[in-house]
Structures are given as C-alpha cells and as structure tokens.
Design a protein around this ligand. Structure first.
Ligand code: FAD
Length: 395
C-alpha cells in the first residue's frame, strides 16, 4: 500500500472525487444490495492517505479544515452514500481526538502513528440501550483502577464497528457520576470485543453496516480523552457531525439531481431546438440544491474562521447557544431537504428513476437520505432548539 499522508488540502477533493467515480460508484449497487462494507472504497482512501485528512499538519496529516472535509465527504457520497457516511464518521472521531487530545502524549502518538502512518479507521459508539438516542447521557461508566481502565457498553447502533481499527466510546466518567457527566474513551484493536446483538437490514445506508453490539474493552487510563464530553460534544462532535453529514447528504442529492439533469438533456437531444417540459422542474430543484450546499458551506466557513485561532473565545462561542442553534437548524434543514431533492429527481426522471436496475435509478439515493432525519432524531433536536428559542433573544 502506498500511503501519502501529506496530501495537501487542495488535493483532497480531487483525489476523493476520482475514488468516488472510479471505485465507490462502481461498487455502490453491490454494497447496497448485499448490505456490505464498502471495502474497495475505504482501501482506496487508505492507499491515497486520505483517512488522515483531518489530522493536523503538526502530526503529519493534511490538516484540512471543515470546508475541505465537507467537500471531500460530499464528493465521495456522490459515488456511494454509505462510503461518504463512513468517511464523515471517521473524520468526526479524528477531530475529537485531534482537538481535545493533542496535548496528551498517548493521543499525540496515536494521531501520528495510527491515524497518519497506518491510516487506521475509527468507529463511534455513542448510542446505548436505555438512553433512547440521547447522545448526551450514558448508563455505562468507565472503571479506572490505577493505570488501567475498563468499559462495557450495550450499544444499539455501531457503524462499521466490525471493520474499524478502533472505537471511540461515550460513557459516564465514573460509576458515581451523573448520566450527563460523560467522557470519550478510545479503544484500539486487540483491546476490545464487539458481540453483534441485532441485524442491519435497513432501507438505506446499508453499507455502513451498523447493527447493535455489546462492547467490552480493557485499556489504560491515558486512553480517556482529556476534558469532558460536554465540551468535546459541543465544540467538536456536534459541529463536525452536522456539517459533514449535511455535506454528504448534499452529495447524495447532487448525484440524484445530476441523474435528473442527464435525463432532461437526453430529452433535449432527441428534440433539438426545444426545451423539455421537465427542464423547469430541474431548474427549481437545482436552485434548492444550491441553497442546501450554501447552508453547510457557510457553517463550515464560519467554523473554520472561529477555530483558526484555537483560543478560549472560539471555544466559548462554539459552546454557546447561538452556535448550537445554528448547528441544529443546519442538521434539520439538510436532512429534510435531501429526501425532498431525491423526490424531485424521481418526479423529473419518472419510471426510469423508479426502476432499481436503470442507470438513472434514484432508489438508493432516496433510501440512503431517509436515514438523515433519524440520525439523531429531528424531533429530539427540534425540542432542544425550542427550549433555546425561549431564552435566546438575538435570533
Ligand atoms: C445510518 C445510521 C448510522 C448510525 N451510526 C451510529 C454509530 O456509528 N454509532 C452510534 O452510536 N449510533 C449510530 N446511529 C444511531 C443514531 O446516532 C441514533 O442514536 C439513533 O438513530 C436514534 O435512535 P432512535 O430513533 O431509536 O432514538 P430516539 O432519538 O429516541 O427517537 C425515537 C422516537 O422518539 C422521538 N423523540 C425522541 N426525543 C424526542 C423529543 N425530545 N421530542 C419529540 N420526540 C422525540 C423521535 O422523534 C422518534 O420518533 C446511527 C444511525 C443511523 C441511522
């Protein structure tokens, strides 16, 4: 494997686009049909050194900002939505480690050796049986005994857990801590077992391979990410999740609208000199796609500007209510816009979009983005926004 971790941010998107077209898109139908991990795509990303895009340059990574990472995830999702989601979820975990653990010798070594040199893949375990989709509360607790620690967790959904090299897990700080007094703990391969408890036969995002699993891990206390999950969630996990997810959902929608455009152009070629009737429908859908892209890109730009100086003011702003509300609103609108755009593409293409075996099929795109509103329930998010709007005067 040729690993070139020092890929420059400007090259990231072009290299990822090439993998999206040459690898991800070629295997997307099979990945979806068999509900299997997109091995070929992740192997290609590793070989190109693209899994360390979010690792800061000081540790040998590409040091890409949110805008670049979003463009990378969107590009990959145009070829295969599940691959785009795997990449986004990996970057979210890497960002948590890079932004909150870089001053720890253990995490600094992990960034350099495991993430850059070995191009390893990290999965996330935030869900837990009994917490009902609320990432900010845990039942399980890490048990620290001197230099050692251990954790057991019953997770409802673990994406690509069986294919990852490490798991970043949320839990309570100690057995006597409250449900929201959480930390993130990293477990490397060989330090844990994952026993699958449920299946992953879903409508969409089938290649993320996300069944429920019982996790059991043993490691060293230094593998607990410094600080609280309250901070790493607000300052990193939530913004990276909502911006990168929105970006990849826009990539899936863009491929659906692209298929609709191909259909309309075909109709125009068959009747030279005329504008097909569904061309105006396409024009409206494309305008919505632009709004969707602009929304995540504006948030990404704002995040990059805020975090350019890794200072207290930026951390306070990221932890503030106005930013939290903005992230909630981005996630809600993007997750609702993506299925709407796939629906529009289907109306434009008609039966050729409805057929699963047609080159203009919209089925996988539509099914994939139906997960967006559930992936942290929009109702749950709206409830939190509603509480904020009761007190936030400067809207
Ligand atoms: C493709 C995909 C990949 C995923 N990958 C992972 C992963 O890798 N790791 C991981 O840990 N998790 C993962 N998840 C799980 C995800 O993060 C959520 O935990 C999970 O989707 C929420 O499950 P739920 O719908 O049962 O929970 P809930 O959020 O509890 O929702 C259940 C129902 O309750 C309603 N509800 C909940 N709260 C409120 C409220 N306040 N007001 C009104 N209604 C409310 C919801 O609208 C919904 O109808 C993944 C999910 C998906 C779809």
């Amino acid at each position: 494997m040729t690993v070139s971790p020092n890929v420059r941010p400007s090259e990231l998107v072009a290299k990822t686009s090439a993998i999206a077209t040459e690898v991800a898109a070629r295997h997307a139908v099979d990945v979806d049909a068999k509900s299997r991990f997109p091995t070929e795509t992740i192997t290609a990303l590793k070989a190109a050194g693209l899994l360390s895009a979010a690792v800061p340059r000081e540790f040998g990574g590409a040091g890409a900002g949110m805008r670049e990472l979003g463009a990378q995830c969107a590009a990959l999702a145009q070829g295969c939505g599940s691959s785009g989601m795997v990449l986004a979820m990996h970057h979210i975990q890497v960002a948590c480690i890079a932004r909150h653990g870089k001053n720890s010798p253990y995490f600094a070594r992990y960034l350099r050796e495991n993430l850059v040199e070995k191009q390893q893949l990290i999965a996330s375990i935030t869900s837990e049986n009994g917490t009902f989709g609320d990432t900010r509360s845990s039942i399980c607790a890490v048990a620290v005994d001197g230099d050692a620690m251990s954790l057991d967790k019953d997770a409802t959904t673990v994406s690509y857990g069986a294919h990852a090299d490490a798991q970043l897990v949320t839990c309570r700080r100690a057995a006597d801590a409250s449900a929201s007094d959480q930390v993130l703990v990293l477990f490397e391969a060989g330090q844990y077992s994952l026993t699958q408890t449920t299946t992953w036969d879903t409508l969409g995002m089938r290649g993320t391979c996300s069944p429920g699993a019982k996790f059991s891990g043993r490691g060293r206390a230094e593998q607990i990410l410094p600080g609280s999950f309250a901070d790493s969630s607000a300052q990193t996990m939530v913004p990276y999740s909502h911006i990168l997810w929105s970006a990849l959902w826009s990539g899936i929608a863009a491929d659906a609208i692209g298929r609709a455009a191909e259909f309309v152009r075909g109709a125009a070629r068959r009747n030279p000199g005329t504008v097909p009737a569904n061309a105006t429908h396409l024009a409206r859908a494309n305008a919505e796609l632009q709004a969707m892209r602009n929304n995540w890109q504006a948030c990404a730009n704002e995040f990059d500007a805020m975090t350019a100086a890794d200072d207290r003011a930026a951390r306070e702003e990221l932890g503030g209510m106005a930013w939290a509300l903005k992230m909630n609103q981005l996630k809600m609108t993007s997750s609702e816009m993506a299925p709407r755009l796939c629906h529009e593409a289907l109306q434009i293409i008609g039966i050729l979009g409805y057929k699963n075996d047609s080159p203009l099929s919209i089925g996988r795109h539509y099914r994939d983005v139906l997960s967006a509103a559930l992936m942290i329930s929009n109702e749950r998010i709206a409830g939190k926004s509603a509480s904020m709007l009761l007190v936030l005067k400067d809207i």
